[in-house]
Design a protein around this ligand. Structure first.
Ligand code: ADP
Ligand code: MG
Ligand code: MG
Length: 654
């Protein structure tokens, strides 16, 4: 949900002027957080999800789906119950928290309160997501819907917004300067989004360049050159586009994507680091399993995920930092953008697998080490702090480093990495949290609930069985690339650890000790099917481990039944029996009578595709190649009175 303090943003020149001041105080604030972090013990396990939504307008007369630029209108309505609850001290009764996101066509929600260690809450997760969807749909106009789409397929195409908006790439006042994505599409009511967008372009010295390989179909021209829709350009865009690639030119193409996140509170900092580390190798696996974004700017592309597009579009490195010029003004050559996979493990066990060169701010590292911060965490933070602040609020400039943490949070929350380690905020009951961030948002609440619950259960299994999933960081990085390839769930090969049990550990279930004798190497390449579902004699599989774990906990029949359905879905998604949203969308486009097999997803195909997605989420439509069961009908407004526990669950299979 991010740091959303209101205030007035400093200009880019001022932001640069205060850069070192803000970074230094960010580090001092972190040191203070660290001292308190170390003292915390026995925090309760709590967790919550975050879902981002697209706001979509359906022009049923012209058979066109557009992004509705209405977040500024709908958010105040959605946030009203929260504002009232705060006044009355009744925050615990809220069903949802609503927040702005980057686009004025996006909103974000989380449950009203985090879930607890009571596993019965699993039977309420999907209900809560459905209530949130209903709440949001209830404040949308008649033909507008909130949709859990990872990317809007025609983002950046002519006339893709409602109301219409206009690009002004040659206007010096334009902060994005995009040929395709108008400034008006960015959420205007909070400085975070517009100012950061502006400052990132300023910092880089140019618009970002995003080139994504096109999916070549039988009628796609060869070579393919993106015609930029014939839009007027200063010439640089023509030079930046690459042959056989779809060209995009601003943060709106990545930051305008939606994702699904989960946050876990750990018992203490040691457990937090351990969870952080153990979840790192799972990031690529879950990215591949949730792949849902195969279409950009109206073209089918050769990737199934948002990940690489996000990285390219949120890349504010200078030319020197990108290694294109010798270092003069900039301090480091930095291999990756602000948006990307993590580069270091944090626990002692994990440190042994840190085989990727970590670029760190040496000066800030020294301050932390001198203050007693341990090496892995100090290096992690010194790595985050190679980035400069891209948003400083005037009101927050001078802070009490004992009591405030905005300067630390400012850098931390503009490092958009696959995992985030969150120390407890100052003077707060909240403990140490770990955020799992790679997943793409799924079309239906059932799928979103299933993936969130799956990852929550994995955290319990990791801790209960004392699993060790660590592999060298460089292999995780290779997996991240593999995960984005088309159909990675079915065809990908991923490095994964084989001896996931600690030998002779009392936590290893006796049955699994037989796996040890098969081990020659710590890790090998496996399909997602093998990682999740197991392979006899070679790898136990994460799902069977979850099932073993569930045998040891008591659950109501209702919760047990629901969990079985979610896990059955995960099994079939991993085995390739059920399609990812990405594969399903590709097939939908391929079979559409208006699709000319030229890679272009035109307005009509987009309208039909999105209408179908909307209907799958609301239960109006059902597709057994994608879904396990039909979504129960969505009820507007009175949805929280609906007894969803009465919904039929198919129990024919284990
Ligand atoms: P961000 O993820 O942008 O940093 P937040 O810090 O607001 O944003 O985290 C939001 C998520 O964290 C939600 O899913 C929420 O339910 C969950 N959450 C809130 N408090 C806790 C807590 N004490 N422990 C674990 N999760 C929490
Ligand atoms: Mg968000
Ligand atoms: Mg988040």
């Amino acid at each position: 949900m991010g740091l959303l303090t209101k205030g007035s943003a400093l200009s880019w020149e001022e932001t640069q002027r205060y850069r070192d001041y803000v970074k230094k105080h960010g580090i001092l604030q972190f040191i203070n957080l660290y001292k308190k972090l170390k003292e915390r013990e026995n925090d309760e396990f709590k967790w919550g999800d975050e879902i981002e939504y697209m706001l979509v307008h359906f022009d049923n007369e012209h058979k066109k789906a557009q992004l509705a630029l209405v977040a500024t209108e709908v958010l105040p309505k959605l946030m009203q119950p929260e504002n009232e609850a705060i006044k009355k001290g009744e925050e615990d009764l809220l069903s949802a928290l609503w927040r702005p996101e980057y686009g004025n066509f996006m909103i974000e929600s989380a449950p009203g309160t985090p879930n607890t260690s009571d596993l019965e809450c699993f039977s309420k997760v999907e209900d809560n997501m459905r209530v949130r969807r209903s709440e949001a749909n209830a404040v949308m106009k008649e033909d507008d819907f909130v949709m859990t789409l990872t990317n809007f397929p025609r983002n950046g195409c002519p006339d893709f917004t409602f109301p219409a908006s206009r690009c002004t790439p040659l206007d010096t006042k334009s902060f994005l300067r995009s040929l395709f994505f108008p400034d008006e599409c960015v959420f205007p009511d909070h400085p975070r989004f517009m100012t950061m967008a502006r400052n990132m372009v300023q910092r880089r010295g140019s618009k970002p360049v995003i080139n994504v390989p096109i999916f070549v179909d039988k009628n796609t021209p060869q070579p393919f050159m993106d015609d930029l829709f014939g839009l007027d350009t200063t010439g640089n865009d023509l030079a930046q586009r690459a042959e056989n690639h779809v060209y995009m030119d601003c943060g709106g193409f990545g930051a305008g994507c939606c994702c699904l996140q989960a946050t876990f509170q750990a018992r203490n900092t040691e457990e937090g680091r351990r969870l952080y580390d153990q979840l790192i190798p799972l990031c690529p696996i879950l990215l591949a399993m949730t792949a849902a974004a195969p279409i950009y700017k109206g073209y089918l592309v050769q990737t199934d995920c948002r990940w690489g597009i996000e990285s390219q579009s949120l890349d504010d490195r200078t030319e020197e930092e990108r290694g294109l010029k010798p270092l003069q003004e900039s301090r480091h050559v930095i291999p990756k953008a602000r948006y990307g996979s993590v580069d270091s493990y944090l626990s002692d066990a994990g440190s042994l697998y840190n085989d990727v060169d970590l670029v760190v701010d040496e000066e800030l590292l020294k301050i932390m080490l001198d203050a007693g911060v341990d090496v892995p965490l100090a290096r992690h933070v010194a790595h985050l702090f190679i980035r400069d602040p891209v948003l400083i609020l005037k009101e927050n400039l001078h802070q009490d480093d004992e009591k405030d943490s905005d300067h630390f949070e400012g850098i931390q929350s503009s490092n958009w990495q696959s995992m985030r380690f969150k120390p407890p905020p100052p003077d707060s009951p909240i403990g140490c949290r770990v955020e799992f961030r790679p997943m793409e948002v799924q079309l239906t609440d059932f799928e979103n609930a299933a993936f969130v619950i799956f990852i929550v259960l994995l955290t319990r299994v990791i801790l209960t069985f004392d699993l060790n999933l660590l592999i060298p960081m460089s292999k995780v990085e290779e997996n991240i690339k593999e995960a984005q390839k088309m159909d990675a769930v079915r065809n990908g090969q991923f490095y994964f650890r084989r001896d996931i049990f600690q030998e002779n550990s009392p936590t290893t279930p006796p049955f699994y000790t037989k796996y040890f004798k098969f081990l020659k190497k710590e890790y090998s390449q496996m399909s997602i099917n093998h990682i999740i579902n197991g392979k006899k004699g070679h790898f136990p599989g994460l799902l069977p481990l979850i099932k073993d774990y569930l045998k040891s906990v008591e659950l109501s029949v209702e919760t047990h039944t629901k969990l079985r359905t979610y896990l059955r879905f995960i099994r079939r998604r991993a085995s390739g029996e059920l399609k990812t949203a990405a594969r399903w969308m590709r097939d939908f486009v391929d079979q559409h009578p208006e699709y000319k097999h030229d890679s272009i997803v035109n307005d009509r195909v987009n309208y039909d595709l999105l209408s179908k997605c909307r209907d799958l989420a609301s239960g109006q439509a059902f597709d057994p190649s994608l879904q396990l069961e039909r979504a129960p009908p969505l009820q507007a407004e009175d949805s929280d009175e609906e007894d969803w526990s009465q919904v039929d669950v198919d129990q024919t299979e284990n």
